[in-house]
Design a protein around this ligand. Sequence first.
Ligand code: PXP
Length: 248
Amino acid sequence: MILLGVNIDHVATLRQARYRDEAETFGGFIEPDPAAMAWLAEDAGADGITMHVREDRRHVQVEDVQRYQEKMKTRLNLETSMSLEMVQLAQEIRPESVCLVPENRKEVTTEGGLDVRGNMERASEVVRELVQNGIPVSMFIDPDPDQLEASAEIGAPWVELHTGSFARAWYDSESRQRELDVLSEGMRIGTELGLRVNAGHGINYENVEGARKLASIYEFNIGHSIISRSLTTGLVESVQKMKSLLNE
Ligand code: PXP
């Protein structure tokens, strides 16, 4: 069974679009509430919740994460950059896992994978610190053999393969299979290296048909399409539908 992690960031994006200057993050006229949506996603069958606290706090706030944790039913996967400040914050939040992602201030959402090979020293320091404190770490990387090997070399227990190129290629019959093959190979190499292989970014209700063929992916982290669909169907339906499509 492939697990589904629901990324709730875009609920916070919607709230921030109107209420970023308010002192409170929920209650009264302030909506929507990311914590409430995370609990609802869990009730609908999400196997975990992912939140990304960005350095510029553009969507999820630390208060959202803490409120979610008060009544969480599954587990929190916290996405964060490798900066000193953010790794310290991750230690304070104590999620069930951390996914290390690159952060570029101009990007709308996480764009490329992390360059583990180019940042071996810092990456291994962060992985060691978190893993020693009982927090498994996942490296968000492109399905590139060298990045997979670098992740294994620094002792990261998990990786999350960036599925953005696959998602874009889905609508082009020529590159669709090529990108699927690249992911498949990444999955194979990661598994051989002893890594737990997750995947995510850009997965939607159409390309999930290809994504689910990557049967040894442990978990897909999916946000934008689930939250988008929930605007018409409600979150319970959108989570249930994605979960059943992943495992059809
Ligand atoms: N995985 C990671 C590491 C991400 O940063 C994101 C959000 O950009 C996702 C998964 C989910 O991507 P999407 O919102 O496109 O489903």
